[in-house]
Design a protein around this ligand. Structure first.
Ligand code: ADP
Ligand code: MG
Length: 231
């Protein structure tokens, strides 16, 4: 069985912060359109791995390949351009702009990409609709529930139709019902638009939404299960 060409492939990454070796030879690939859950104990290096794959930080050694590019060697300018246009990122606390309405938060990536104001707001409205928060379009983040704010964050991450979305414990601060609604919305939207998702989670139930799971221990990926065996 042939495996598709990876969208992003990280090989043998190391990253040290002071005396802490956050990554010690971590390798991981993300295939086009797949939903990959990354699990592991707190402090095992999951977030650092996500930061290296999404170009937020550069590894000390090892390589991160995205298409024909070496992300680990790309300039800060190029890496932030990729994060604006081809990747979407969501964190545990959505990090929405507090002064902007939900609609304007989601329109922002489109405006930065040069879309007209009218088209950006139309696009933003559609993504709010898809995530079930169109009714909150005029609210600021502080006026919404945590689950609503995370759905707005996901809409913002998907509005540019990225190749990959990186989500670092997006439901970690939510109760289980809100968490499940956020996950269902993310998985549905990602499948519909063939967006790959790298999803860090502690929650076994959340991991069950994924096509594949990679387990991280002590700065390395120790096990990958799932689609590999069925492809
Ligand atoms: P996880 O997401 O699995 O909890 P992290 O990747 O955040 O793990 O962290 C791995 C290790 O690296 C931890 O010991 C953490 O304290 C350390 N670490 C991560 N980022 C930094 C940083 N920016 N500065 C210092 N230490 C860090
Ligand atoms: Mg983390």
């Amino acid at each position: 069985m042939t495996r598709s060409t990876p969208l992003i492939e990280a090989l043998d990454l190391t990253k040290t912060y002071g005396a802490t070796q956050a990554l010690r030879g971590a390798s991981l690939r993300l295939d086009p359109g797949e939903i990959l859950a990354v699990t592991g104990p707190s402090g095992s290096g999951k977030s650092t791995l996500l930061h290296c794959l999404s170009g937020i930080v550069r590894p000390d050694s090892g390589s991160v390949r995205y298409g024909g590019e070496q992300l680990d060697q790309a300039s800060e300018t190029r890496r932030s351009e990729l994060r604006r246009s081809e990747f979407g990122v969501v964190f545990q606390f959505g990090q929405l702009v507090g002064e902007l309405t939900a609609l304007d938060n989601v329109a922002l990536p489109l405006l930065l990409a040069g879309t007209s104001r009218k088209a950006a707001q139309e696009g933003a409205g559609e993504w709010l609709e898809r995530f079930g928060v169109r009714g909150q379009a005029g609210l600021r983040p502080g006026e919404m529930s945590g689950g609503q704010a995370q759905r707005v964050s996901l809409a913002r991450a998907m509005v540019t139709r990225p190749k990959a979305v990186f989500a670092d414990e997006p439901t970690g601060a939510l109760d289980s019902l809100a968490g499940e609604q956020v996950m269902t919305a993310l998985v549905h939207a990602a499948r519909e638009s063939s967006t790959a998702v790298l999803l860090i989670t502690h929650d076994a139930q959340v991991a069950a939404y994924a096509d594949r799971e990679a387990q991280v221990r002590d700065g390395a990926v120790v096990s990958e299960t799932g689609a590999e065996v069925t492809r």
